[in-house]
Design a protein around this ligand. Structure first.
Ligand code: DQA
Length: 145
């Protein structure tokens, strides 16, 4: 099973970016955690981050034939990007939406996701653990056939 993890803008700054909200782990440390879990589940992981909407869209468009599922933290684009939504609709790859923070306990503009209704499910508020929960959920959904 192959899973791509796509991380959106500013997630490259994890560790120093608002640590009280996002924690002290760097993105590389989160990736290591997720890689260990992926290995245990027999998942081949492709981990990516981009600050650019177009690069995220290119990565989504490239998923068919390359990945069975997607773990997506589109970060700020979650709340704004019709174009990322359209790319997800175009490829129809099963995905789980993940957020480190509890977006529903934050500003109102973060309560709306332009992609959540297309996702298998959404995990928010559990920090890096959310990526592990999302990976397990995706794995079990993809194994169901
Ligand atoms: C985030 C939540 C978004 O609202 C925010 O713009 C981010 C990170 C999260 O993981 O909690 O950049 O996706």
């Amino acid at each position: 099973m192959r899973v791509t993890v796509l991380n959106g803008p500013n997630l490259n700054l994890l560790g120093t970016r608002e640590p009280e909200r996002y924690g002290k782990a760097t993105l590389a440390e989160v990736e290591s955690l997720v890689q260990v879990e992926a290995a245990q589940l027999g998942i081949e992981l492709d981990w990516r981050q981009s600050n650019h909407e177009g690069a995220l869209i290119d990565a989504i468009q490239a998923l068919p034939g390359r990945a069975d599922g997607l773990l997506l933290n589109a970060a700020g684009y979650t709340h704004t990007s019709v174009a990322i939504r359209d790319a997800l609709l175009a490829v129809r790859i099963p995905f789980v939406e993940v957020h480190l923070s509890n977006v529903y306990a934050r500003e109102e503009f973060r309560h709306r996701s332009l992609m959540a209704d297309l996702a298998i499910g959404v995990i928010a508020g559990f920090g890096p653990q959310g990526y592990l929960l999302g990976l397990r959920a995706l794995h079990s959904r993809l194994s169901d056939g």
